[in-house]
Every structure is written in C-alpha cells, then in structure tokens.
Write a protein that binds this ligand. Structure first.
Ligand SMILES: O=C(O)CCC(=O)C(=O)O
Ligand SMILES: [Fe+2]
Length: 225
C-alpha cells in the first residue's frame, strides 16, 4: 500500500526546516549506502555529524508520531532516525530495494525495515524531475508531493528517484519497523480502522460498531509481533 500523508508540516514549519538545512554540511549520499545501492545513489545527505542534525531528525519523527493517519497505516514499533537528502544538477537514485535490516545509530539496535517514508520538503514547483517512482504489482507510481507531505510504501518495493534537472529537491527519509510486518495484513487493518472511523461519525457508537472495533483489536493482537 502506498499512502499519501498530507500536511505533516505547514508551510512555515517547512520553511524553518529548509532554512536550518540549507547551509549544510552536506556529504556524499553514496557513503552511507551498501555497496550495491551506492552505485545507484547520486545525491547528498545532511551530515549526521552536524550539531543541528539530532534535533532536526527528532522534529520529523515527532510530527509523524502525532499524525493519526501515519499511526493507523504504519502501526510503528520503531522509527529509524530520519536523514535528509538533496538532489540537484541531475542528482538521482537509480532502481533499488532498501536494505532489510538497518542499525539504529542511537540505540545500536538492528531493525527490520517494513515501511519506507519520504517527507517532501521542497516546493514541487521549485524543481524539475525528482519524482519518486515506486513499483508494485499494479505498476509504477510517480510520486511528487507538496512540501510538508509524506509518502509511505512497503520497503520491499523497487523504487527510484528520477534525475533532478533544475532546482533542488530536499527531503527527509527513514524506515519504520511495524508492529505488523506483513504489508497485506497492515493494509487490511488500516482499511478496517478507516471504515470504522467513518461509520462511527455517521451512526455513533452502536453495539455493532463496538463489536467491529473489538474485531479490529483482536486482529491486531493476532498479527502484531
Ligand atoms: O529521496 C527519496 O524520496 C527516497 C530515497 C531513497 O529511496 C533511499 O534513501 O533509499
Ligand atoms: Fe530507497
């Protein structure tokens, strides 16, 4: 399931983030990729050694953790520290699948990447190219979102970022280890949750809705790891 999560940040928050990132230091993105991905990766990353980095990374995770749509769709157990990338002058990231296991540099814990997240921080009118292309069983999806919006997609998907031929594209990206590792089970739980919220707003808390909500929680109990 690909899900667009709107308005993680409002325009003034995005501007504050972009200003904080602007002067860098930016380092070669390939340095932090595995050997295979490094060949495909032609972008820059905000240095994780920079003094401002930890608080910027926390700002992104904290905003997502407050977003009900993200919580319902991702059912996050752990979120790896967000990083920031920048594509300019033809920068791109060729077809790849993200590493299954990544080490959380804060806790040292090895986490499974179930869900990939990109939070777009550049106004889509300010750069050319730079679409995130995600392949799934229904074909290739082109994603280029307003600044402040995010996309989440299964980390098992083949994806790429098209060359940025004018302007620059800045984004925050990370991975989530979900309580429910299976993408299809996660998507069923999300659909059930969204339908229940709509039903509840239409008819209030009927006996049937209470029963269905119970089923939601019992399925989550069955499927969470
Ligand atoms: O820049 C993006 O939207 C995605 C980056 C990406 O695929 C990665 O870092 O693995
Ligand atoms: Fe990726």
């Amino acid at each position: 399931m690909l899900l667009h999560i709107p308005e993680i940040f409002n325009p003034s928050q995005v501007e504050t983030l972009r200003n904080a990132l602007q002067s860098g230091p930016w380092v070669d993105g390939a340095a932090s990729a595995g050997p295979l991905a490094a060949e495909a990766k032609h972008n820059l990353q905000f240095s994780t050694e920079a003094e401002e980095y930890p608080s910027l990374a926390k700002t992104i995770a904290a905003a997502l953790e407050r977003h009900p749509l993200f919580l319902s769709a991702a059912l996050p157990q752990f979120i790896l520290p967000f990083m920031f990338n920048r594509y300019t002058g033809g920068g791109n990231y060729g077809d790849h699948i993200d590493n299954a296991i990544q080490t959380d540099r804060n806790s040292g814990q090895r986490l499974r990447t179930d869900i990939s997240v990109t939070v777009f921080l550049s106004d889509p009118e300010s750069y050319e190219g730079g679409d995130l292309i995600i392949e799934d069983t229904y074909g290739a999806h082109e994603v280029k979102l307003p600044a402040g919006d995010a996309i989440i997609y299964p980390s098992s998907s083949l994806h790429r970022v098209e060359p940025v031929t004018a302007g620059e594209r800045i984004a925050a990206f990370s991975w989530v280890q979900s309580l429910v590792p299976d993408a299809w089970q996660r998507s069923m739980l999300f659909n059930l949750d969204m339908t229940l919220i709509k039903l509840r707003s239409q008819v209030g808390n009927s006996e049937e809705i209470v029963a269905l909500t119970g089923h939601y929680h019992n399925l989550l109990r069955q499927w969470s790891r």
